[in-house]
Design a protein around this ligand. Sequence first.
Ligand code: MLT
Length: 264
Amino acid sequence: MKEKINGILVNYEQCGDNSLPALVLVHGFPFGLEMWRPQLEMLSSRFRVIAYDVRGFGGSECGDGQYTLEFFVDDLVGLLDHLNIEKAAVCGLSMGGYIALRAYERNPEYFSALILADTRAEADSNEAKLKRAAAIRAVKADGPARYAEGFIKSVFAGETLSKRADLVESAKQLIASNSAQGIAGALLAMASRNDLTHVLGLIGVPVLILVGESDSLTPPELARALQEKIPNATLEVVPQAGHLSSLENPAAFNSSVAAFLSRL
Ligand code: MLT
């Protein structure tokens, strides 16, 4: 389904009955709602599961490709309003976590719970900003398919890369199906995002932190440090998974999410 939100068509999918508690899924960079397929399929008997393409990705329009993280938050809030969702559990993975956390800071009234997967609260360091600049150059020069080849190696656990060729290939395809303009826009938005560390101590809803045991981008130590700064947070390490824990081990990821939400 597509809906015009903040001037662009936003593509979203929902599974599960409208009467069930809402769970909104915000994908990581540089994928799309398709990365949440196992969650849409497996969690919709208990929750109204909504996943959408962040602007510039999947079936959502790109606009002019000039984004800040604030635009991404505006779109999330716009989608909740369009769907008449007054309160939702919002689950964001990596970039999706940046969006969810900033959305919580701006509009906590929409949140019944927060699920932060394979993510961090800190803004980019100087070094990370230079890496973003190099990535923007690379994706514009070589295109998303070439960019996907290099990028994919950092997001999966070694075991996934060596033993699950189909999963790795479909993730590459997902990246390659996006435009260079959308990918570059998201890189700029992430490089210019605020540090959100100060928000952590103020979170007033239950928080679940999930992290793949072999996540090398936002490793378990970082997830533990995140947990220590949040008053009411549970941390669960997802076995046999890297940075894309929801895709690499959906059974463990989903069972943690379902158990957490059923305790609310
Ligand atoms: C992601 O998975 O969304 C990215 O690793 C986020 C980032 O590049 O900071």
